[in-house]
Design a protein around this ligand. Structure first.
Ligand code: FCB
Length: 480
């Protein structure tokens, strides 16, 4: 929720801004979005392979079978980052590469890929930041019930232990889950993400088991990685705004805040589900899938919170008068918001990206301010921020993307302002290093700082990559 204290301090366009010493400048990717090599070295299908191969699910019938071919071009991609002076690389491990059936011993060939990647990163002075789960659940575990089933959380802890045993000597920063909201509510609620199921109670069960998976995995990691290694989770916290000053719209904000944000921050960071969430969803479920001891298990100390931010969300109490638009997460007849059918979502005013998402850096500034006051002492890292635009290579082979530079500049100014206001923000990861498979949108949306020519795999750093490189090298955000 927006607090009055943060409303009037939106960043202005003044002098060059210097970031704190040691601020981490990174770029981010995810396994299914870039790796390809879907059946190589023992990798089995994940829920995203199955989903993408199902006609009608992903735009143009695109799949991650080849993606950016990073599985074969990883050395070139690390060299690109080194050339750009990027200090940290956030990537995810493909569970079905490391543990093909989702159970039992690790596949050494899968682990070897990540060992080589991490060694190359370290060799080039780039800090590896590994995410255990960026949505590619082994299909066998979905066949056994997927995230609505408690056993999936237990399997995840075993997988986390295998990953930590193999890579814990060289990866010092770990993230358990990426955006569990998407896994639970888009995967099992609206069905616009894999596995494409549409049951509101399954979505809530999935959210709880993802929370549990996080807690169990943090414990498995801490038992194996050195004491100075860091554990975190990445959430796509929705920055919510009421459409009007009416009490009914404030209540819509509260309810979506519970379903989008506090359903995760409650158990993970405070050790309890919010009372209002339990009450709002009581007509659907009594939450008896939360067992004794689960909340203690989920509430593990974290070294930082990863924050993904793209755009704010505007809501109101639906009154049937028209402006009911999609909530930015793709069209579906099914809602990703269990028990909140009377909340309407509205397009925020102003400029948009190729996703149709409003460009609004003040949302990031306000979100960071809220997190700093809600969770004092918890360092924050922007683990994703960026924008898709309709980029193309011009006849001379250059890719000019001034709109992306402007987006990045605005959002980095917002981060800088949040730090100046007292938020403990330690780093920023640009989404994404490369154009890649954008989930339900396939290859139609380009988020990369580096352009990928899909037919040949050729990489072309865009103008924004050169711009970001200068910021990362100097730690200074230049004047506009
Ligand atoms: C986030 C995902 C990431 C990417 C961006 C655009 O929700 O974590 O994989 O698709 O959105």
């Amino acid at each position: 929720m927006v607090t009055a204290a943060h409303q009037h301090t939106a960043p202005g366009p003044e002098a060059p801004r210097t970031f704190p010493e040691g601020f981490l400048w990174g770029s981010a990717t995810a396994s299914y979005q870039i790796e390809g090599a879907a059946a190589e070295d023992g990798r089995t299908p994940s829920i995203w392979d199955t989903y993408a191969r199902t006609p009608g699910r992903v735009r143009n019938g695109d799949t991650g079978d080849i993606a950016t071919d990073h599985y074969h071009r990883w050395r070139e991609d690390v060299a690109l980052m080194a050339d750009l002076g990027i200090g940290a690389y956030r990537f995810s491990l493909a569970w079905p590469r490391i543990q093909p059936t989702g159970r039992g011993p690790a596949a050494q060939k899968g682990l070897d890929f990540y060992r080589r990647l991490v060694d190359e990163l370290l060799d080039k002075g780039i800090q590896p930041v590994a995410t255990l789960y960026h949505w590619d659940l082994p299909q066998e575990l979905e066949d056994a019930g997927g995230w609505p089933e408690r056993a999936t959380a237990e399997r995840f802890a075993e997988y986390a232990a295998l990953a930590a045993d193999a890579l814990g000597d060289r990866v010092k920063t770990w993230t358990t889950l990426n955006e569990p909201w998407c896994s639970a509510f888009l995967g099992y609620g609206s069905g616009v993400h894999a596995p494409g199921r549409t049951d509101p109670v399954d979505a809530l069960r999935a959210a709880h088991h993802l929370n549990l998976a996080h807690g169990l995995a943090v414990r498995a990691l801490r038992d194996r990685i050195p004491a100075d290694a860091r554990c975190s989770v990445t959430l796509n916290l929705h920055h919510l705004r009421p459409l009007t000053g009416d009490a009914a719209d404030a209540d819509a904000v509260r309810r979506i805040d519970a379903l989008a944000n506090r359903v995760f921050t409650g158990p993970m960071l405070r050790g309890a589900y919010p009372e209002d969430l339990l009450k709002d969803t009581a007509p659907l479920t009594d939450w008896s899938f939360v067992h004794d001891g689960d909340l203690r298990e989920i509430h593990q100390p974290l070294d930082f919170l990863g924050v993904n931010y793209y755009t704010p969300t505007v809501v109101s109490r639906a009154d049937g008068s028209g402006t009911h638009t999609s909530d930015g997460h793709g069209r579906s007849a099914h809602s990703p918001w269990p028990g909140a059918d009377d909340v309407a979502f509205h397009q925020p005013p102003g400029e948009t990206t190729a996703m149709g998402w409003a460009v609004d850096p003040s949302g990031l500034h306000e979100l960071l301010g809220r997190l700093a006051s809600d969770f004092p002492g918890l360092p924050l890292v922007i683990t994703e921020n960026g924008a898709a635009f309709d980029d193309y290579a011009d006849p001379s082979g250059d890719v000019n993307d001034p709109a992306r530079i402007s987006y990045l500049r605005g959002h980095l100014a917002a981060v800088h302002q949040a730090i100046a206001d007292g938020a403990d923000v330690r780093g920023y990861f640009l989404w994404s290093l490369l154009d890649n498979f954008e989930w339900g949108y396939g290859y139609s949306k380009r988020f990369g700082a580096v352009y990928v020519d899909y037919p040949t795999g050729t990489r072309i750093p865009k103008a924004s990559a050169r711009w970001y490189s200068a910021v990362a090298r100097t730690g200074v955000l230049p004047d506009a």
